[in-house]
Each structure stands twice: as structure tokens, then as C-alpha cells.
Design a protein around this ligand. Structure first.
Ligand SMILES: NC(=O)C1=CN([C@@H]2O[C@H](COP(=O)(O)OP(=O)(O)OC[C@H]3O[C@@H](n4cnc5c(N)ncnc54)[C@H](OP(=O)(O)O)[C@@H]3O)[C@@H](O)[C@H]2O)C=CC1
Ligand SMILES: O=CCS(=O)(=O)O
Length: 252
């Protein structure tokens, strides 16, 4: 039975991915900080497939190494790692942002992703051909926008880290993909605005954002491609989202 480790399974893309992979009979290793949400997901899915939940913070490298180094044999070797846990904070201009918010994004989206990848690599290498690392990047990693500052930079790291991993993993059969979504309606904006539900609702209203299930479907597609195919980067936007022209500062 194939197995998938999903970070950030308590919400949004990660939760939808857990549901999608369970539907196809995969064993699930689900992580996140909110234990009560992991318990609820386990209750929902454990009748269908084996589920292991690990309440942990991806920023804690010791906890990540300890938990992933002691997975039960039934979940090994690991077929797929979905590095999904992440967040944006502080949508205001860089010059108004608290340094702590920048650190939190770097610690989670960069250091956390690296912690999990380092601990999971031996488990994926044991699987070899057909194994995948699916990293949640973002359009923000490729395209600059006001308020993107450190968030976009962390996602640029995710892309380049994945490309470099591919070089080192050549010959092992382990694939690496940067899945880079645009606007998707999850708890992402609620987190980014530190709990401003009205701001979150306003961002997604009057348009048709991606839904978590859309991304889960792409993750499942990537994980189940024939073993000789590696999609390096998959950027996906809602039809109703596109780029803006360059901004120009003019004399008053
Ligand atoms: N929604 C969007 O528009 C887009 C999102 N993305 C990326 O997709 C990923 C998922 O986002 P999305 O589903 O939208 O957002 P959500 O806020 O809905 O989910 C984020 C998940 O990450 C987990 N998480 C956050 N910090 C930590 C941490 N320190 N340790 C462990 N888990 C953590 C949360 O779990 P918990 O709080 O329980 O720990 C939660 O399960 C992120 O990497 C995001 O940057 C990329 C492009 C577009
Ligand atoms: O990564 C999230 C999408 S966006 O807010 O940067 O467009």
C-alpha cells in the first residue's frame, strides 16, 4: 500500500490532500500543530485507510527528526512527501512589517520544509523509483507583488531547493516537484491577516478562486504519474487571476 506524509494536514490543501489520497487507498501520515484537528481527521479517515497523526511543529528540527525517524514499518517505505505546511504574514509593505513576522515565515516555509525533507529523504530513497517530494511553492515565488517581500522569497527558495534536490537525487528514482498555486480559498488569508475574517472574505468574494480540492487533485496526479516522469514545476492559477502591468512612480 503506498504511503504519503502530509505536513499541514489540519487545514486547506493538506486536509483536502489527506481526503483525496485516502479515497485512493493510500496510508496517511498526517502532521500539523493543532492536535484536535488531526484527531478529527483521523476519526474521519481511519475507517478507510491506516492513519498516523503526528502533532508537531515543522520548525522543531529535533521533534521532526525524532518522529520521522521512528515511523511504524507499516507506513514504510514512504511513497510521497507533501511539504505543504506554510504561511504568509504581514501583507503590508516591507517597511511596515515586524521583523518577527519575517522570521516566522522563514522559519516555517524554509527551515521547516528543510527539516522535514532532511528527515524524510532516507525513507523516500528506500522506496526509490516512483517516490515523490511535492513541495508547495507559490506564484509568489516567481512573480513579485507589493506585500510579497519575504513570503515570495521563501517560495523562491522552495523552487530552487527542489531543482537542486533533483540534481542530487538523479539516479535514485525519487522525483521532486514545485507545485505553485495562485489564489486559493483556504485559511491562508485568515492567517496572513492575523484573524481578519472580513479581509479574507473580501479577497475571495466576487471571483472564483481555486479551492483546496483543486490542489489536492493536482497533488494526487503528480504522485501517481508513471515513475519515469518528473514534472519540475507546475504553476496553477484560477482563470479569473492574471498579472498586472509594471508600476511606475511619477512626479505629482
Ligand atoms: N491558499 C493560497 O492561496 C496558496 C497557498 N500556498 C501554500 O500552500 C500551503 C498550504 O496553504 P493553505 O492550505 O492555503 O493554508 P492553510 O492556512 O489553510 O493551511 C496551512 C497549514 O500549514 C500548517 N502549518 C503552519 N505552520 C506550521 C508549523 N509551524 N508547523 C506545522 N504545520 C504548520 C497549518 O497547521 P497548524 O496551524 O495546525 O500547525 C495548516 O495545516 C502553504 O505552504 C502556502 O504557502 C501556495 C499558493 C497559494
Ligand atoms: O501563495 C499564495 C498565493 S498569493 O497570495 O501569493 O497570490
Amino acid at each position: 500500500m503506498p504511503s504519503v506524509l502530509i505536513t499541514g494536514a489540519t487545514s486547506g490543501f493538506g486536509k483536502a490532500a489527506a481526503q483525496r489520497f485516502a479515497q485512493a487507498g493510500w496510508s496517511l501520515i498526517l502532521t500539523g500543530r493543532r492536535k484536535e484537528r488531526l484527531d478529527a481527521l483521523e476519526k474521519e479517515l481511519a475507517a478507510k485507510v491506516p492513519v498516523l497523526t503526528l502533532a508537531l511543529d515543522v520548525r522543531d528540527s529535533d521533534a521532526v527528526a525524532r518522529e520521522l525517524g521512528n515511523l511504524p514499518d507499516a507506513f514504510l517505505p514512504l511513497t510521497c512527501l507533501i511539504n505543504n505546511a506554510g504561511l504568509a504574514l504581514a501583507p503590508e509593505p516591507a517597511q511596515k512589517v515586524a521583523l518577527e513576522d519575517w522570521h516566522t515565515m522563514i522559519d516555517t516555509n524554509v527551515t521547516g520544509l528543510v527539516n522535514v525533507t532532511h528527515a524524510a529523504l532516507p525513507l523516500l530513497l528506500e522506496h526509490g523509483a516512483g517516490a515523490s517530494i511535492l513541495n508547495l511553492g507559490s506564484v509568489a515565488g516567481q512573480w513579485p507583488y507589493p506585500g510579497g517581500h519575504v513570503y515570495g522569497a521563501t517560495k523562491a527558495f522552495v523552487q530552487q531547493f527542489g531543482y537542486n534536490l533533483r540534481c542530487d537525487l538523479l539516479g535514485t528514482g525519487v522525483r521532486v516537484t514545485d507545485l505553485a498555486p495562485g489564489m486559493a480559498e483556504t485559511e491562508f488569508t485568515l492567517v496572513r491577516t492575523k484573524g481578519n475574517q472580513a479581509a479574507s472574505d473580501a479577497l475571495y468574494s466576487g471571483t472564483t478562486p481555486l479551492q483546496a480540492e483543486d490542489i489536492a487533485e493536482q497533488l494526487f496526479y503528480l504522485a501517481t504519474l508513471p515513475a519515469h516522469i518528473n514534472i519540475n514545476r507546475l504553476e496553477i492559477m484560477p482563470v479569473r487571476q492574471a498579472w498586472s502591468p509594471f508600476a511606475v512612480d511619477r512626479d505629482a
